[in-house]
Ligand binder design. Structure first.
Ligand SMILES: NC(=O)c1ccc[n+]([C@@H]2O[C@H](COP(=O)([O-])OP(=O)(O)OC[C@H]3O[C@@H](n4cnc5c(N)ncnc54)[C@H](O)[C@@H]3O)[C@@H](O)[C@H]2O)c1
Ligand SMILES: O=C(O)[C@@H](O)[C@@H](O)[C@H](O)[C@@H](O)CO
Length: 310
């Protein structure tokens, strides 16, 4: 059992605390906002292995040494720099430190840290206790040993780690997600389809395949020559705006931020809330299906070895 600290008791920090507790770690969850600490504690429930505090300094001495820290404060570079710098001075060089930024560069985050060789980005996905993948991104100063230690810790906790070789904004998953979202907003603004139609089409055409087959394997199935022919005539027509779509500016200005303000692209009434809860309840089944492919591949490999008498 290792002791970890999660900084920020918001959407991600709370789910990260739940995840690491579930797999046997002791977790302290830090947030200066008392209401956020109380909400997180209520969601997680009582546990001898769990504690909350306003700052890491406020943890009781008896809580003991800390093996790893994950920062999950709001996505503001200056705030994250300040928090990570302070953490690096507070904990010795053997404490692993990671940021759960959605896409800020590791080099920028690590600027004010001491011993930046023990720092990496561990980008989890929402809900962090359910979605298996984590992107692991090195800063220029990150040591290979740190990458190995983070990968081992995350893998032991049941996560599927994608180790990146470069420190680029948005990593891989958010580059993909934002490329698709840019086209979605362009289509909505052009009146080609409405939000519900777009979500339904994406789920039933792309989504059902993507849980089982990644986009590159799918190209092999569909034929690379066909993809090439389409790319030649389609790319000039795709959205290429370099600032957020007007519809995003408008929603943000109007405070229509989605579920958290009860109004976004959808109206978050009781029916919509129930639907989101059903989605969360169904996610484990989808993940189990996605994992099944690999289990069957492992079974085949084992059967192959048995057949060869190994
Ligand atoms: N929400 C997502 O879907 C998602 C997914 C992956 C990554 N992320 C990233 O995770 C991070 C957190 O996102 P979130 O959605 O949980 O945000 P959030 O706003 O829900 O929570 C952030 C929490 O940090 C606390 N906080 C602020 N300053 C702090 C400090 N100095 N020390 C400790 N706590 C402090 C706030 O009080 C708040 O409770 C961001 O970098 C975000 O980009 C978010
Ligand atoms: O989708 C996710 O959970 C992550 O990619 C997040 O990092 C991110 O906050 C996005 O939701 C927003 O682009």
């Amino acid at each position: 059992m290792e002791t970890g600290i999660v900084i920020g008791a918001g959407i991600m920090g709370t789910a990260l605390a739940r995840h690491f507790l579930k797999c046997g770690h002791r977790i302290a969850l830090i947030d200066p906002d008392e209401a956020a600490r109380a909400a997180a504690a209520a969601q997680i429930g009582p546990s001898e292995e769990f504690i909350t505090a306003p700052t890491p300094e406020a943890l009781p001495a008896a809580w003991g040494p800390c093996h790893f820290v994950i920062e999950a404060v709001p996505e503001r570079l200056e705030l994250k720099r300040q928090v990570l710098g302070a953490l690096s001075r507070q904990f010795g060089p053997d404490t692993l430190i990671a940021s759960n930024t959605s896409g800020l560069r590791a080099a920028d985050l690590a600027r004010d840290m001491t011993h930046p060789e023990r720092f990496a980005i561990a980008h989890f996905f929402n809900p962090a206790d359910l979605i298996p993948a984590v992107e692991l991104v090195p800063a220029p100063a990150t040591s290979p040993q740190t990458m190995d230690l983070w990968e081992a810790l995350l893998t032991r906790s049941g996560k599927k780690v994608a180790r990146l070789r470069a420190d680029l904004p948005g990593f891989v998953a958010n580059r993909l997600q934002h490329a698709m979202a840019r086209e979605c907003f362009h289509l909505l603004e052009a009146g080609v389809i409405d939000a519900e139609g777009l979500d339904t089409l994406t789920r039933y055409a792309l989504g059902v395949r993507l849980a089982l087959i990644g986009p590159i394997l799918q190209r092999d199935l569909n034929g690379i020559d066909t993809h090439h022919a389409i790319a030649r005539y389609l790319y000039p027509d795709l959205a290429a705006n370099t600032t957020p779509a007007q519809v995003l500016d408008d929603k943000c200005a109007a405070g229509m931020l989605g579920r958290k303000t009860a109004q976004g692209f959808y109206t978050w009434d009781a029916r919509q809330e129930r639907r989101a809860q059903r989605v969360e309840a169904l996610l484990p089944a989808v993940i189990a299906l996605a994992r099944q492919i690999e289990t069957e591949e492992n079974d085949d490999a084992e059967m192959g070895e048995q057949a060869r008498g190994l």
